[in-house]
Design a binder for this molecule. Structure first.
Ligand code: TZP
Length: 216
């Protein structure tokens, strides 16, 4: 499957984002049609050390059962240890060039908030970009200003063709707007982690977009 297709419904999650066992949450999300998963064990009170490692291993195993890529947020050591499919870093995280060097040909995702950051991330080796926040969200405390889906349009207008996902405050009722603005997919935390059934609804919505014959 091409990367753009794999990014269609990108579920991002850590234990802090779940009201029940993250293994259950991930399994249900994958059954619902999630196409890529990012383990993002951040925020209070996130797991560390052995407990983080154990959860990561379990979640990776679940992804493997569904043949869905397992990406690690901002922890190159862990990604290498588990032989994860890739790493995602933000602008404030590790040096992008250094991450690319360390992970070789594994997938590298980078968060970008504007055209300049997007261009730089690509020059330093990003395979795809996470662009946001699209809408207001309470999931991440230190978010940048909400630019809305328009920033995706600006990035596409600047001639950037690599895979893009929108992130931040994406729910069922605004997901289409993000795709229409030029994203290949949507990256979602709380709408999926906290609301059972949303992954399937989002997946159906995205599928119907390129398959007019598709019926739920
Ligand atoms: N980066 C920008 S916004 C955000 C991240 C990780 C949080 C997205 O969470 P939600 O619950 O989908 O709004």
């Amino acid at each position: 499957m091409k990367l753009k297709e794999q990014l269609e419904l990108y579920f991002v999650m850590g234990s802090v984002n779940c009201d029940r066992d993250p293994r259950e949450v991930l399994t249900e999300a994958l059954e619902g049609g999630v196409t890529m998963f990012q383990f993002r064990e951040k925020g209070e009170p996130c797991l560390e050390g052995e407990a983080k490692l154990e959860l990561a291993k379990d979640l990776q195993k679940i992804c493997q059962q569904f043949s869905v890529p397992f990406i690690v947020n901002d922890d190159v050591e862990l990604a290498l240890l588990l032989n994860a499919d890739g790493v995602h870093v933000g602008q404030e995280d590790d040096d992008i060039e250094e991450v690319r060097r360390r992970i070789g040909t594994k997938l590298l995702g980078v968060s970008a908030h504007n055209v300049e950051e997007a261009k730089r991330a690509i020059a330093l080796g990003a395979d795809y970009l996470g662009v946001g926040p699209m809408f207001l969200t309470t999931t991440k405390a230190d978010i940048r200003k909400v630019e809305g889906p328009n920033v995706l349009k600006k990035i596409r207008t600047a001639g950037i063709t690599i895979p893009l996902v929108g992130i931040g405050g994406i729910k069922l009722n605004n997901a289409s707007e993000v795709i229409q603005a030029g994203a290949d997919g949507i990256a979602v935390i709380s709408a999926i982690s906290r609301v059972p059934g949303t992954a399937r609804k989002m997946s159906n919505l995205l599928r119907a977009r390129h398959d007019p014959e598709f019926v739920e």
